[in-house]
Structure formats: structure tokens, C-alpha cells
Design a protein around this ligand. Structure first.
Ligand code: ZN
Length: 145
């Protein structure tokens, strides 16, 4: 469904996910589900001074959901919560036809552009990102940040 180079990038993240695991004492942890495909992503964040200090994710599901979450985690450390939310918006826009967010660590995201031609898979690609959005909202509620 996607061309070979992009498929390689996605499979590489699927087989060797970045930042895979759990944080010992996460400030916030959210479990995201995509029941349509059976995908799951559990995102752990540590936040210091409004900035994401540590990130880890666990989960299982299709290669698109896991690769997208893996790519996302490459770009979160050192970002403010607002910047992270902005990336979520850009990712959502990309799935509606916009261009991929241009940010350090997100170069591989281009590989997921083709997914938007397959509406059933868009939820897979967005799962990690929607989980990130929920994590930030939860963190802000709990910490009044
Ligand atoms: Zn999926």
C-alpha cells in the first residue's frame, strides 16, 4: 500500500521502536486504544517546568500505529507542552492532506503521509498523538499547569 522506502521506515520503527518501555515514576500515564484495529499505546511522560523531560511508550497493534508512536517519541524531549500540542495539531492536519510537521526527530513522519489515502488507517497513525494530547490535558488538570 505504501512505497518501498516508506514501508522500510515504518517496519524499522515497528521492529525497533524508539523509547519503548515504561518510566519508573511517570508524572502522567495514559492508555490509548483504537478498537477498530485493536491498537494500543501506553504513553508515559515526565514533565519539568512545563517541558517534557522524559518519554516512553509501550503498546501493541499494527505497524502504522506503533511506528507513528515511535517516531513521535523521538521529538518530544525538551519540548514545552504547548509545542507538543502544536505538533499534534500538525499531525492531524497532515492526515487531512497537509504536509508533515517539520521538527527535529520527526523526519520519518513523511513515511506516514500515504496513510491518509486509507481512512481506516488514519486512526492508527493518530493513536499515539491523540494519546499525547490526552496526556497533556490530564497532566494539566492534575497539576494545574
Ligand atoms: Zn492499526
Amino acid at each position: 500500500m505504501l512505497d518501498d522506502l516508506y514501508r522500510e521506515i515504518i517496519l524499522d520503527h515497528y521492529r525497533s521502536p524508539r523509547n519503548r518501555g515504561k518510566l519508573e515514576h511517570p508524572d502522567v500515564q495514559v492508555r490509548g486504544n483504537n478498537p477498530v484495529c485493536g491498537d494500543e499505546v501506553v504513553l508515559d511522560l515526565n514533565v519539568a517546568d512545563g517541558t517534557i523531560a522524559e518519554v516512553a511508550y509501550a503498546g501493541n497493534g499494527c505497524s502504522i500505529s506503533q511506528a507513528s508512536a515511535s517516531i513521535m517519541t523521538q521529538s518530544l524531549r525538551g519540548r514545552s507542552l504547548d509545542e507538543a500540542l502544536e505538533l499534534v495539531q500538525q499531525m492531524e492536519a497532515m492526515m487531512k492532506g497537509g504536509s508533515a510537521p517539520e521538527a527535529e526527530g520527526l523526519e520519518d513522519l513523511e513515511a506516514l503521509e500515504g496513510v491518509r489515502k486509507f481512512p481506516a488507517r488514519v486512526k492508527c497513525a493518530l493513536l499515539g498523538w491523540e494519546t499525547l494530547k490526552e496526556s497533556i490535558q490530564k497532566y494539566r488538570l492534575e497539576h494545574k499547569a
